[in-house]
Structure formats: structure tokens, C-alpha cells
Design a protein around this ligand. Structure first.
Ligand SMILES: *[C@@H]1O[C@H](CO)[C@@H](O)[C@H](O)[C@H]1NC(C)=O
Ligand SMILES: *[C@@H]1O[C@H](CO)[C@@H](O)[C@H](O)[C@H]1NC(C)=O
Ligand SMILES: *[C@@H]1O[C@H](CO)[C@@H](O)[C@H](O)[C@H]1NC(C)=O
Ligand SMILES: *[C@@H]1O[C@H](CO)[C@@H](O)[C@H](O)[C@H]1NC(C)=O
Length: 364
């Protein structure tokens, strides 16, 4: 009998807690500022205590006698909390927290009392450090994807386009920084058989995801005339674009969709044009421009990284223009022109022609 009584009592008790504790959930972004909402009946002589529920030193911020009272404040919150002073009389006792840290993720109580009575409100703070940047890099036959400073713990997945039959063998490591953020990194050994694949690495939390895509280095030969290197992975709308040389040197940047591109001083004489889709057309190339060209293209969700190894051929006359795997109209046109110019060079003509045909068939 008493057992049943206890159970009923417990259920009612739990139900009351759940009902009373209608916690407001607030999502804060790491290192940014965040407002923990709380309202109470306005009036003079208000007493406010902001409390972190599970903390050893729970006092986050106090206010009474018409001023902040921070003598017993938890050191962790020192200099990071404030109230909206001009709003207090109107009953807005929200707390502004700056420089949000992962440790701030907790339950908070906002206690406020005036001559009209007391009120407790409960706020659950969730901290997010969204995936901001996913980098993808290649050394030898290994590509490595990594992303840093994420919270909560992210997931990382690999995929290929078109989908590959072979299982992608990868090793993923996750580390937590001193600030409790997660760094994730994963390596994949490229198989020799799948040469034309686009490898994509997706890093996600329940809040957001970003993907970086990578393609195998392609050789492009060039000596004179123009060389176009294409960038785009699909017809995405470009938010921003960067072309780099040998990973380190910036060739050009285009910071936004409606902004013109800026070419760096060293590359001004070599950059002929950049197309709508991000393809780079180069001119007057010498052996100094032989190396890896990297195109990094952002849209709102994804980062596409394309690496192209440009080999500058010494012998005159070979100028093959290759859209890395997409065939851009311009590339086709250039290739066709060269077919006519170098008619007599049979084997070379064959190569170019094949490419042009491939382009045609892909475009139709
Ligand atoms: C309190 O005031 C701040 C600053 O004006 C505002 O951002 C917040 O939304 C207000 N909160 C409430 C509950 O009115
Ligand atoms: C690509 O562009 C074509 C035509 O402009 C459009 O029909 C298609 O939906 C686009 N594809 C994607 C994935 O945006
Ligand atoms: C793409 O976005 C990331 C994160 O927003 C940024 O770090 C990177 O520089 C951007 N890349 C380009 C090409 O703008
Ligand atoms: C980038 O360039 C600097 C000098 O400009 C050089 O010291 C550094 O090693 C380069 N880094 C890489 C990764 O190539």
C-alpha cells in the first residue's frame, strides 16, 4: 500500500518538476555573445540573481540596491556578464554573456524579486561551434580532410562522385582542445583505379555541415597562348573564390558573388580572365608557373577544392586546354582552334581532338 502511495507521489512530484521547469533553451555560439532571456515584473528595488545550476560557485551575476553586485561572482564569468540596465525597470532582466565558452553549457536560473513577489525562470544554454571550414589536402596518394574548433562532437564521412564500388578505407581521429572544442581529421588512400572520381568529405554536427571536395591532380601542358583551368564542381552559385599557386601564393580572390576579382601583383601579367564559373585563363606562362593550382570555391554549404598540376611544356606548339573534368565551352573552343593550327602533328592532334569530342559528347 505504501509502495503504491510512494509511486503515485513520485509521479506527481516528477510531473510537477517537469511542468514547473519549462526551461527555455538558448543556443549560443562559441566565442560570440549571447542573451539569456528572462523577464519579471518591473518596478523599483528589484533583486536579480543569475545562477548556474550545477556550478560549485553558482553565482553568475547579481543586481540589487540598483546596481551590479559582483563580489561573489564565479571567476569564470568575470567581465563577461551584463544586464540591460535601461530595461530592468521594464521587467527585462535578460543576461548578456560575452565570449561564450563550451563550459557555459549548463542550466541557469534567473531569480528575480520585487515587492510584488518572486519569480524563478530556468534557461538551458547550449553551446555550438559550427563547422566553419573543412580543408582537404593531398600528399602522395593520401588525401587528408580536417576541420577544427567544432562543438559538439562532429561526424566525418567520405563519399565519391560518381559513387564508387570500392569501400573507402579511412582513418579518422578526433581530438579535444583545451577549450573542449573538437578537431577532426581523416585520411584516405587513393586507389589507382578510380582516377576520375571527385572525393568529398563532409563534416557535420546537428547544427550545420560543410563539405570539401577534391579531385586528383591533372596534368595540363602549355607553352604559348592561353590555358584555361576550370574550377567548378557543379553549377553551384559561387559565393567566394580563391585561386592559389603551390598552396601558398594567392593568385586571385573574389570575396563575394557580386564582386569583381582581385589579382595579386605577381600574377597580373599571367591572368587573362576568370569566367563566371570560376575557370581561370592564364597567359604568358614560363617554367616558373609550373606547379599546383588550387581553386577553392565556397557556396553557403560547401567548399570545393580542386587541385590541378600544370606542367609547362618547353617544346612549342602543345597547348592543350583541359577543363579538369567538366568541359567548359571555352575549353572546347580553344581545343578546336588548336586542332586546326597543328593539323600536321598527328599524335598531338589526336589527343586534342579526343578531348574536344569528349567535351562535345558530355555537353550534349
Ligand atoms: C531585453 O533587452 C535586450 C536588449 O534590448 C533585448 O535584446 C532582449 O530581447 C530583451 N528581452 C526581453 C525578454 O524583452
Ligand atoms: C544546373 O543548371 C541547370 C540549368 O541552368 C539546372 O536546370 C539544374 O537544376 C542545375 N543543377 C543544380 C544541381 O543546381
Ligand atoms: C570559404 O569559407 C570558409 C569559412 O567560411 C573560409 O575560411 C574560406 O576562406 C572561404 N573560402 C573562400 C574561397 O572564400
Ligand atoms: C609558404 O611560403 C613561405 C614563404 O613565403 C614559406 O616560408 C613556407 O614554407 C611556405 N609554406 C608552404 C606550406 O609551402
Amino acid at each position: 500500500m505504501t509502495g503504491i502511495c510512494y509511486t503515485v507521489f513520485l509521479i506527481i512530484f516528477l510531473w510537477m518538476i517537469i511542468r514547473v521547469r519549462a526551461d527555455t533553451e538558448v543556443s549560443c555560439v562559441f566565442s560570440e555573445s549571447c542573451v539569456l532571456p528572462c523577464s519579471c515584473q518591473g518596478g523599483a528595488d528589484v533583486v536579480i540573481h543569475w545562477i548556474q545550476e550545477t556550478a560549485e560557485h553558482p553565482l553568475v551575476h547579481s543586481f540589487y540596491h540598483n546596481q551590479d553586485q559582483l563580489g561573489h561572482q564565479n571567476q569564470h564569468f568575470q567581465g563577461r556578464t551584463s544586464l540591460f540596465k535601461d530595461q530592468i525597470s521594464r521587467g527585462n532582466v535578460s543576461l548578456r554573456l560575452t565570449g561564450v565558452e563550451v563550459q557555459d553549457e549548463a542550466g541557469y536560473k534567473c531569480h528575480c524579486s520585487t515587492f510584488r513577489g518572486n519569480k524563478d525562470s530556468f534557461i538551458k544554454v547550449k553551446v555550438n561551434a559550427p563547422v566553419r571550414k573543412v580543408s582537404i589536402d593531398q600528399v602522395g596518394n593520401r588525401i587528408t580532410c580536417s576541420s577544427n574548433w567544432i562543438y559538439p562532437e562532429p561526424e566525418l564521412t567520405w563519399s565519391t562522385s560518381p559513387p564508387s564500388n570500392t569501400k573507402l578505407q579511412n582513418t579518422t581521429t578526433v581530438q579535444q582542445t583545451e577549450q573542449q572544442l573538437y578537431n577532426i581529421s581523416s585520411s584516405l588512400i587513393l586507389s589507382d583505379s578510380d582516377t576520375d572520381l571527385i572525393y568529398s568529405c563532409t563534416v557535420s554536427t546537428h547544427r550545420n555541415m560543410r563539405r570539401a571536395s577534391w579531385r586528383r591532380l591533372s596534368l595540363i601542358s602549355s607553352s604559348s597562348g592561353y590555358t584555361t583551368i576550370s574550377c567548378s564542381a557543379s553549377n553551384t552559385s559561387i559565393m567566394s573564390l580563391i585561386w592559389r599557386f603551390d598552396h601558398n601564393q594567392t593568385i586571385l580572390t573574389k570575396p563575394g558573388p557580386d564582386v569583381t576579382y582581385t589579382v595579386s601583383e605577381e600574377w597580373r601579367q599571367h591572368v587573362k580572365d576568370v569566367s563566371e564559373s570560376g575557370s581561370l585563363t592564364l597567359q604568358d606562362l614560363t617554367s616558373h608557373q609550373e606547379g599546383t593550382y588550387t581553386c577553392e570555391l565556397n557556396n553557403s554549404e560547401e567548399t570545393y577544392v580542386t587541385n590541378i598540376f600544370l606542367r609547362i611544356k618547353k617544346d612549342k606548339g602543345i597547348a592543350v586546354s583541359v577543363g579538369v573534368s567538366l568541359c567548359v565551352g571555352a575549353a572546347v573552343a580553344v581545343a578546336v582552334v588548336f586542332v586546326f593550327i597543328y593539323k600536321k602533328k598527328n599524335c598531338r592532334r589526336e589527343r586534342v581532338y579526343t578531348e574536344a569530342r569528349n567535351c562535345d559528347s558530355q555537353m550534349t
